[in-house]
Write a new protein. Structure first.
Length: 149
């Protein structure tokens, strides 16, 4: 997993509209790149809505937000529309960005072990350097967690 002080990979992927998203697109701003397991699931919806509802405060503090999961662009488009999200969602079906950030790993649930997306938030400074990594994400208060450093 990327650590504080690491340079973030520039290319994040294509969003729900097929638009290329890069870390360098946000040069001079702090960028929140959050990785989440699946569109329209309870925890992921709570996290996305927390970020949506906190966007005014996040923007005022100089942050932009990009979500990333392995769901398709069509799934992202439905999720974004239904939840009225105000930030792009990268469709990383190949999991290349997820793996490059180190947000792919072993998970355990109901006594079963499997590989999946590790819910992780990276805060990247205006030069593309990781300044924070949040691995214990409070899905209902994700925006507040970012703002309260």
């Amino acid at each position: 997993m990327l650590k504080i002080g690491d340079m973030a990979p520039d290319f994040l992927g294509l969003d729900e509209n097929g638009t290329e998203i890069r870390v360098s697109d946000y040069k001079g701003r702090r960028l929140v790149v959050y990785f989440y397991p699946k569109d329209s699931t309870p925890g992921c919806t709570a996290e996305a809505c927390s970020l949506r509802d906190g966007m005014d405060e996040l923007s005022a503090a100089g942050y932009a937000v990009v979500g990333v999961s392995a769901d398709s662009a069509a799934s992202h488009s439905r999720f974004k529309t239904k939840q009225q999200l105000n930030f792009p969602l990268v469709a990383d079906v190949e999991k290349s960005t997820i793996q490059a950030f180190g947000a792919w790993g072993e998970k355990k649930m109901a006594g079963r072990t499997y590989m999946g997306i590790l819910r992780t938030t990276f805060v990247i400074d205006g030069e593309g350097v990781v300044e924070r990594v949040i691995t214990k994400v409070d899905t209902k208060n994700a925006a507040r967690q970012i703002l309260e450093q």
